[in-house]
Design a protein around this ligand. Structure first.
Ligand SMILES: *Cc1c(COP(=O)(O)O)cnc(C)c1O
Length: 463
């Protein structure tokens, strides 16, 4: 080690000396001795590395206390940071899907704070079942005899298959062998549940006779999967649930359908594209219907299985149910969300998911007009800022081809360089409340559909 390097090492202050600096007191009071010491050690390690690699002290080392403060503040940031979702996708899986209604938030807080009657029956003072309350609400809303609640819809499908058709054949159309992002693929889930997938028909056309011809002594279930994240167009033909139910009755086989999203209300009354409704399938005689709690339903992450008493009881008794069951926070949020559906006329206000989806483009256009001039004034140096029409997506594999008219603020770099655009997106991602947009056609787009507090956004973007 040369003389100069040695002198750099000797300039590093000791942990003890830094701890005793008077300026360190506020940090010690805020974060406590343990975290401050760990942070000091981390920074010292970083400084030593800088010396050994580049033969210099790090830039921040002229003010250790400030560096410790920054480091601790950064580490203190929640891993689940609130962001502005201006991506244009309302139910964005990577941003946590549905925003919950205030009623649901209150119920969750209360279930966290107090002991609750999760599996306790106050009338009989005996043991209740955790799914009972939600199951009753779902029966009222959908006409299903019973329901089972699990952690998410992937779990609902898996449990339903394992309980109803393990070691048996499950017949599915080749047009419906869906993959839903990542590891949920119908053939894989079948295998995991111990079922044998029997594919029938072709990618674009499947007929009732295809199902009938595939039935064997070992068939356990006829199943439909909603092709929620793609659409097959052109020369197509599929067998709907109603026809499948007739065949199921004739052959004494249960019929199930996985809706993925599923909506408990007719979305067309809000000028939104139609999405299958669980209650219609129950009415058509489908034995089991599965869907998500945090897609169009607008509730917490959960999987819902609706069906006849006979099948739901069998599902409730399966050992996998214990592994996949929902916790009290999920059940509290789901119950409160479902209660909102008992007043459907208020739903477009009370349910954030529907409120955002049903927003008229005029509303976003007005917001864009208001935000435009202050943002232009601030960003004019490097960007052309405009208000432009755009199309939002519902997201989460709901209604893949349909787009909702909306309005966006767009930022186009005056130097025309993609790097300038990337740098802006990165800067916004580093804000105290990060702003998430989308880059498209050489511009950064901020779709205002999910913006409910304009002044808060302005404060961030002008900072
Ligand atoms: C989204 C979806 C699932 C998975 O639901 P999660 O709640 O994300 O687990 C399963 N099936 C279909 C058809 C879906 O669209």
């Amino acid at each position: 080690m040369n003389h100069q390097t040695q002198s750099l090492y000797s300039q590093l202050p000791s942990v003890d000396r830094l701890l005793n600096e008077p300026d360190m007191e506020p940090l010690l009071a805020q974060f406590g001795q343990h975290l401050v010491v760990a942070s000091l050690r981390h920074l010292q390690q970083q400084a030593r590395q800088e010396i050994s690699q580049f033969n210099r002290l790090p830039e921040w080392s002229h003010n250790w206390i400030e560096a410790v403060g920054c480091h601790l503040m950064q580490k203190q940031r929640s891993g689940l940071q609130p962001v502005f979702n201006l991506s244009g996708t309302v139910l964005h899986t990577n941003l946590g899907r549905a925003l919950l209604a205030e009623e649901a938030i209150d119920e969750v807080a209360s279930a966290m704070r107090y002991a609750v009657t999760l599996e306790y029956d106050l009338d009989g003072a005996g043991r209740g079942h955790r799914d009972n309350v939600v199951s009753e609400l779902l029966s009222e809303l959908t006409g299903a005899e019973a329901a089972c609640i699990v952690n998410n819809n992937a779990a609902a499908v898996m449990l339903m298959l394992a309980a109803v058709a393990a070691d048996k054949e499950v017949i599915v159309s080749r047009g419906e062998l869906v993959e839903i992002g990542g590891a949920f693929r119908v053939p894989d889930v079948m295998r995991q549940a111990g079922c044998k997938l029997v594919e029938v028909g072709t990618t674009n056309r499947t007929h009732l006779r295809d199902y009938r011809e595939a039935v064997s002594d070992n068939t356990g279930l006829l199943m439909k999967v909603h092709t929620s994240n793609y659409s097959i167009q052109g020369f197509t033909s599929a067998v709907d649930e109603q026809e499948l139910v007739v065949l199921g009755r004739e052959l004494n086989l249960p019929v199930a359908t996985d809706l993925g999203s599923g909506s408990l209300i007719d979305l067309q009354q809000y000028d939104l594209p139609a999405e299958p409704m669980p209650q219609n399938l129950i009415a058509a005689g489908v034995d089991l219907v599965t869907f998500s709690g945090d897609k169009l339903l607008g509730g917490p992450q959960a999987g819902i299985i609706l069906g006849s008493k006979k099948w739901i009881e069998k599902i409730q008794r399966h050992p996998l149910k214990r592994a996949l069951r929902a916790g009290k926070l999920t059940l509290a949020a789901l119950e409160a969300t479902l209660r909102l559906y008992q007043q459907p006329e208020r739903l477009a206000y009370s349910l954030p998911t529907l409120r955002l989806l049903s927003r008229d483009a005029i509303e976003m256009k007005e917001m864009a007009a208001q935000l435009l001039s202050p943002l232009q004034a601030c960003y004019a140096g490097h960007f052309t800022v405009q208000a432009e029409p755009c199309l939002s997506q519902i997201g989460s594999g709901s209604l893949p081809v349909d787009r909702l008219p909306s309005y966006a603020l767009t930022f186009e770099p005056k130097d025309g360089r993609g790097r300038t655009l990337e740098a802006l997106a990165e800067k916004w991602r580093a804000l105290p409340k990060p702003v998430i947009g989308r880059i498209q056609e050489g511009k950064l787009w901020l779709d205002l559909r999910c913006l409910e507090d304009e002044s808060e956004l302005l404060e961030m973007l002008l900072a």
